[in-house]
Design a protein around this ligand. Structure first.
Ligand SMILES: *Cc1c(COP(=O)(O)O)cnc(C)c1O
Length: 401
């Protein structure tokens, strides 16, 4: 990684303002009712009977998985895309379950449905996770139709799709349960945070039992989050972002496999931070859509959608011709501070510490994606001149290729 001083775009950002932090502090004083209020708004927005807010997306997923396993104790395997966020296998291991992988389609980043049908024959399968990666809508209905007849739960991983819509429907509430993340670099952020939604009463009771047993955050945790929110609201600005980016111990942008994370309820401070979230998400979505539009206007096309219908992306995915082109563009972007980023470092089977995978299984399409994909930033700090420079960089690449 090149060291750079000067304006540097982060790959993704949902800014937190000082005003948000003030409502966070107000939420802290309101206490419990601040979180109840947030959950009620979420139930209403997603038109679901039940909602639980917790410390992170992976905490949300771990709780859902434990609850589903409580309902079907004879089933202990979870099927996920072979190319996804490392938090997902972390949560599966944390829940005491086993990871199963399904190859993806290079064209959609969704499951390869021929492979999915084979994988769903597994009698130990507890649930399957259609995933809206970068905000690209996965075909949840198709997964549901296949999973239902086999008694397999469908958990919609909408960690990157809070507030996203496709064909007039909100993503995240179509499965037996769904989760969202409010971590840094997601569609909307409260520093950290996770949301569970479900319209299934039986599942909600099982999640509720697990939820009641998890600790509430203490005042010290809230104070830590407050300081972190202040730091984040400042350091995410492109004129300062080069600094945290250059500090290796912060490990920014690194996706780690780590099942040893804390599972807590969302703090009232974070619920306060979220105040006005529906409106904020609407504004963020509009900004990101306009930038994505500008990117396509320069002739940069993503394989993953038609120009006529760009999904609610949080990062704009592009598949390059080969892994050399990818390395080249990432090095140049780093020097220029353009915020072009890798997807994930490898496929899930490439995670060394994840040892419970079946031997010998191969995921060639997911590998291919991992080798060739980059994402372009579409967050509110991206200015017209940035899009122009990104387009310029792509032009030099394609003429050379
Ligand atoms: C970020 C993410 C998660 C986990 O969310 P955290 O809040 O970071 O724990 C789960 N799944 C996907 C696809 C994600 O991108």
């Amino acid at each position: 990684m090149a060291f750079r001083i000067g304006r540097t775009l982060p790959p993704a950002a949902a800014p937190i303002s000082l005003k948000d932090i003030m409502s966070g502090v107000a939420g802290l004083f309101e206490g419990e009712s601040s979180r109840n209020w947030f959950e009620e708004e979420l139930r209403d927005y997603y038109q679901v009977g039940h909602c639980f807010t917790v410390s992170s997306g992976k905490a949300a997923l771990a709780l859902i998985l434990q609850a589903l396993h409580d309902l079907s104790p004879e089933r202990d395997e979870v099927l996920i895309p072979a190319y996804t966020c490392y938090s997902v296998p972390s949560a599966i291991i944390r829940a005491g379950l086993r990871v199963r992988l399904c190859d993806v389609s290079t064209e959609t980043l969704d499951f390869d449905f021929d492979k999915l049908v084979e994988e769903l024959a597994n009698p130990r399968l507890l649930c399957v996770l259609p995933t809206h990666l970068f905000g690209l809508p996965a075909d949840v209905e198709r997964v549901k139709a296949l999973a239902r007849e086999r008694g397999i739960f469908v958990v919609e991983d909408a960690a990157q799709a809070m507030g996203a819509e496709w064909s007039g429907s909100k993503l995240g509430s179509a499965g037996d349960a769904g989760l969202f993340s409010m971590g840094r670099g997601k569609a909307f952020s409260t520093v950290n945070g996770g949301i569970i939604v479900t319209d299934n009463d039986r599942i909600a009771v099982a999640i509720g039992k697990r939820f009641d047993a998890i600790p509430v955050c203490g005042a010290l945790d809230s104070l830590k989050l407050l300081i972190y929110a202040l730091a984040m609201s400042l350091l995410i600005h492109p004129w300062i972002f080069w600094l945290p980016k250059s500090l290796p111990f912060l490990k920014l942008g690194e996706t780690r496999f780590d099942p040893d994370f804390s599972i807590r309820r969302l703090t009232s401070f974070q619920a306060g931070l979220a105040k006005g979230w529906i409106n904020k998400i609407m504004v963020l979505k509009g900004t990101r859509a306009a930038i994505a539009e500008k990117i396509t206007g320069y002739g940069i096309m993503s394989q993953y959608f038609q120009k006529t219908a760009i999904p609610d992306l949080i990062r704009f995915p592009v598949l390059l011709t080969d892994t050399d082109a990818k390395r080249d563009i990432l090095v140049k972007s780093d020097k220029m501070g353009l915020g072009i980023a890798d997807g994930y470092p490898d496929t899930i089977d490439g995670i060394e510490k994840l040892s419970t995978l079946p031997e010998g299984a191969k995921f060639p399409a997911a590998k291919d994606v991992a080798e060739r994909i980059v994402t372009l930033p579409v967050h509110p700090f991206v200015k017209d001149r940035d899009v122009k420079r990104i387009a310029g960089l792509f032009k030099t690449m394609t003429t050379k290729m």
